[in-house]
Design a protein around this ligand. Structure first.
Ligand code: PLP
Length: 257
């Protein structure tokens, strides 16, 4: 059995965050563990409140796991604020940590700032250098680089800039491109393209969380980065095809076995 850890926020309605991550791990046949950074009160219509877990308790959760258990991959999601980010970075660096997937979560689809704007620089300086792969969507890549992204050429330019910030691989997700949904992977030398059909549905809550967890699961299972991403794309595409409504707003994707 491979063990995968998510360091992220709790989503009370179960479509994103820790809950999506653990469901994705199970669907991939890996054992899931969690370090909770924040608890959100949310449903399909929005995020109504957030309480951050103290840096001390985040540190203790990470230590409890790494002091005892072999972790084959870790995914980092919602990190809220500067202190949370520096604590995660400092604590992880005390251990032998491999296969780190950083999903630079910033704003929810419903418009809530899951990362405080002033924590952007801390995320760039403290988490990107640790990342095996970082998975920004177009908006996050724009915030990280300052490059306006409208097409694949802009995505390539942003990927080159993000690579200089320290991650080994950069996956810029093209789900918000106008006429195509091509993701772009950059490994410092070459670009790889992952086109996918655009699926018409409003139920896309937690897609970013699910994709990054699927990549972490695949890396834990020993897949190469290219294959890990290819398989994760297939997984999220089918999960979006099987998405469903559970409330009045944006519903979740389906985490099938
Ligand atoms: N809630 C939590 C805890 C998250 O980590 C995220 C995204 O990463 C979201 C909500 C946002 O989900 P979405 O924008 O897909 O609705």
């Amino acid at each position: 059995m491979k063990n995968v850890l998510t360091i992220a926020g709790s989503d009370s309605c179960g479509g994103a965050g820790i809950q999506a991550d653990l469901k994705t791990f199970s669907a991939h046949g890996v054992y899931g563990m969690s370090v909770i950074t924040a608890v959100t009160a949310q449903n399909t219509q929005g995020v109504f409140a957030v309480e951050d877990i103290s840096a001390e308790l985040i540190k203790k959760q990470i230590e409890a796991i790494y002091d005892d258990i072999k972790v084959d991959a870790v995914k980092i999601g919602m990190v809220s604020k500067i202190e949370t980010i520096t604590t995660i970075s400092e604590t992880l660096q005390r251990y032998y940590v491999k296969n780190i997937v950083v999903d630079p979560v910033m704003i929810s689809k419903s418009g809530y700032h899951l990362l405080q704007p002033e924590a952007k620089t801390a995320l760039i300086n403290n988490l990107l250098p640790l990342a095996t792969v970082v998975t920004p969507n177009l908006m996050e890549a724009e915030v990280i680089t300052g490059v306006e992204i409208k097409n694949i050429e802009n995505m390539k330019k942003a990927a080159l800039l993000i690579h200089k910030m320290g991650p080994q691989y950069i996956l810029i997700k093209g789900g918000h491109l106008e006429d195509e949904a091509t993701d772009l992977l950059y490994d410092g030398d070459d670009f790889y393209y992952y086109p996918s059909p655009r699926i018409q549905t409003k139920n896309t809550h937690g897609t970013g969380c699910t994709l990054s967890s699927a990549i972490a699961s695949n890396l834990a299972r020993g897949l190469s980065i290219n294959l890990a991403i290819e398989k994760a794309k297939e997984y999220i595409t089918i999960a979006i095809q099987n998405s469903f409504s559970i409330g009045k707003g944006v519903g979740p994707t389906h985490h099938f076995h």
